[in-house]
Design a protein around this ligand. Structure first.
Ligand code: SAH
Ligand code: TRP
Length: 617
């Protein structure tokens, strides 16, 4: 029994022809040439984008999915949305997390609130495919796909919506970053006009982060993004009878430090002439001439730095932020302020120790290399018509702070991380860490570390389960998940390395440093909030250390893989989730700052001491 799916089309019949024509004439006669991005998404383009979202380098989708997984229940409870409108819905893959939360029984058996879902997209194939699947997956939900251009047709939406409850508009995937500042402002104004008091906006954006993480996300090794970028030429060839030699254009992705966006271009590999028959237009490209096709702007949260870290060498002596200070980061509108890392600094990561999927499930040591942690912004009651909920795609490498409630104060986890940063950096001076960086660490020393760390991790899993036991409902699943990924990773990652180093994981016996650290953690975990604070140095510290070491490009392959595993953005994401749980615990009065700080400080000391692990006293 399939309900027929009807797509409401608001695109004028000649939309493709007319709007594309106008864009192409304008773009190809401009200097420098450019093409607007919405033309990427024909059927093939939508499929290629789906592939992008699964690339190991393309972290935003995974990061956003994790956030939605963690927060969808909260979004459902707080918005009580009757209608979900999604702009640029694409495959609506992540949207299912919201749909499930909004259609399932709420907390305490509160009834589901969602009645209808309106995906809005310019890609009819994406709307049909996702809509058809959703109708079957969510019986009882009205799915009403809308074929429209969100940059100037938001006005059609209110007419489609019966006023029977709050509306939640979701705009995910960082798509807002694909609008340049002026069109973005127009878009937001139109969105506001189409929004009623009491409606909600859920915005997923990416944050400024290390270009070494950013650039590969838009220039993947497998060349999928390059194919996606060139797809715009195929669309023009087909729709406007043009003769672009698609293979004579190569993909370029660059981080623009001043604008804080990734700029995608197509570079003509030779001098050539292109004719667009339907437009009666011929354009010439010089050898090496570049045409801009897309920007992907990255954002900063209201307070706290994101990248580069305060005393990073790439900061060229710009203002540094003393630990604990609250100075806001330079706003996007202040070009040239404070940040000066050269464009060319982006270096491909040295490779990963574990395949992407495993890395994602990897042991949750160490988030926040350069303190990631994304934007958390609570609604400010009363003011704007649309209240943002949990805006901001966080991920891994980003260094944005957890923004405190309303006051603009950094949160507890941010204060702790600021406080602990020097201690993590100090670990770089430890001979063992130096040996890893230089590649000449005695493998016998690493073997002992590996055995001790393995034993440590067994207890680490116990710490998570002990915390899970005490967790408030909304974090129970996350803690179980962290225990699970830790357990599985340890087995794979550590076993893999144990074979390489001849370590004996089964026969190993805890040395004094390991015993002291695990006893401390297990005791701290008897109190939920204190336990979370005690985990932070390990989770966040290893991510930061991993990233600092990755910058030194360790040459010994086994150590390089180890470093890459900890520098992986996915580690940072796991730590971020712990930081968030700690902040929630703090807000709920489950832990006070003094006791969290004491636990954090003590764990940090154990972290340093762990580099001295021995087998016996
Ligand atoms: N939300 C999905 C897809 C993001 S890709 C995710 O997060 O993975 C961007 C989507 O926006 C594509 O499906 C594309 O077809 C759509 N899109 C781009 N420009 C648009 C416009 N001007 N109006 C409507 N949809 C647009
Ligand atoms: N909204 C996506 C982003 O900015 C779109 C995107 C990802 C994209 N990769 C791309 C657009 C490559 C053009 C080319 O992350």
């Amino acid at each position: 029994m399939t309900r027929p799916l009807q797509v409401d089309s608001f695109l004028p019949a000649d939309y493709l022809a007319e709007a594309l024509r106008a864009d192409v004439v304008r773009g190809l006669t401009a200097s420098p040439k450019e093409l607007p991005p919405k033309w990427f998404y024909d059927e093939r383009g939508s499929v290629l984008f789906e592939e992008i979202t699964r690339l190991p380098e393309y972290y935003p989708t995974r990061a956003e999915r994790e956030i939605l997984r963690a927060r969808a229940t909260e979004v459902a409870a707080r918005t009580g949305a009757a209608t979900l409108v999604e702009l640029g819905s694409g495959s609506a893959e992540k949207t299912r997390l919201l749909l499930t939360a909004l259609t399932g029984p709420g907390r305490g058996g509160r009834p589901a609130t969602l009645r209808r879902y309106l995906p809005v997209d310019v890609s009819e194939s994406a709307l049909l495919e996702s809509g058809t699947a959703l109708v079957q997956e969510y019986p009882g939900l009205v799915v009403r796909p809308v074929l429209a251009d969100f940059t100037h047709q938001l006005g059609v939406l209110p007419d489609l919506l019966p006023p029977d409850g709050p509306r939640l508009t979701a705009f995910l995937g960082g798509t807002i970053g694909n609008l340049e500042p002026a069109p973005r402002a127009e878009f937001l104004a139109e969105l506001r006009a189409a929004t009623d008091p009491g409606d909600w906006l859920l915005l997923g954006t990416d944050l400024v982060k290390d270009p070494a993480v950013l650039v590969p996300a838009y220039d993947d090794a497998a060349g999928v993004t390059a194919e996606f970028n060139r797809n715009v030429l195929r669309v023009i060839n087909r729709e406007l009878r043009a003769d672009f030699d698609v293979d004579a254009f190569e993909h370029v992705a660059r981080w623009d430090t001043a604008q804080e966006w990734i700029e995608m271009r197509l570079r003509s590999t030779r001098a050539q002439q292109v004719t667009i028959a339907d437009l009666d237009l011929s354009v010439t490209f010089g050898a090496g001439e570049e045409m801009r096709t897309e920007v992907s702007a990255k954002f900063r949260t209201g307070s706290g730095p994101s990248w580069p870290p305060p005393d990073s060498p790439s900061n060229n002596g710009g203002p540094t932020r003393p630990p604990g200070s609250l100075s806001p980061s330079p706003a996007r509108s202040e070009p040239g302020a404070a940040r000066s890392e050269p464009e060319g600094r982006a270096v491909r990561p040295t490779g990963r120790a574990v395949p992407a999927r495993r890395a994602a499930r990897s042991r949750p040591r160490a988030p926040l290399g350069q303190m990631p942690v994304g934007a958390r912004r609570r609604s400010r009651s009363g003011s704007p018509a649309a209240r943002p909920v949990g805006c901001g795609t966080r991920n891994s490498a980003e260094r944005a702070p957890l923004v405190g409630e309303d006051a603009g104060m950094p949160t507890l986890s941010q204060r702790l991380v600021d406080r602990g940063e020097p201690a993590v950096r100090a670990q770089l001076a430890h001979p063992t860490v130096q040996g890893i960086a230089r590649g000449d660490l005695d493998p016998g020393v690493f073997r002992v570390w590996l055995e001790q760390d393995y034993l440590f991790l067994l207890d680490y899993v116990r710490v998570f389960t002990r915390l899970a036991w005490q967790a408030p409902d909304q974090h129970l699943g996350e803690l179980v998940d962290l225990a699970y990924v830790t357990w599985h990773d340890e087995l794979s990652l550590h076993r893999g390395m144990a074979a390489e180093f001849g370590a004996d994981l089964v026969g190993a016996v805890k040395g004094p440093e390991c015993t002291a650290y695990t006893e401390f953690l297990l005791t701290a975990a008897e109190e939920y909030g204190r336990g979370l604070a005690a985990l932070l140095p390990c989770m966040w510290g290893y991510s930061m250390l991993g990233r600092l070491l990755a910058e030194r490009e360790p040459s010994e392959p086994r150590y390089a893989r180890w470093v890459a595993a900890y520098a992986d953005p996915d580690f940072a994401l796991l730590g971020l989730r712990c930081a968030e749980m700690l902040d929630d615990a703090y807000r709920s009065g489950l832990v006070d700052e003094a006791s969290a700080t004491a636990a954090f400080d003590e764990a940090l000391k154990h972290e340093m001491a762990f580099w001295d692990v021995r087998v016996d006293g």
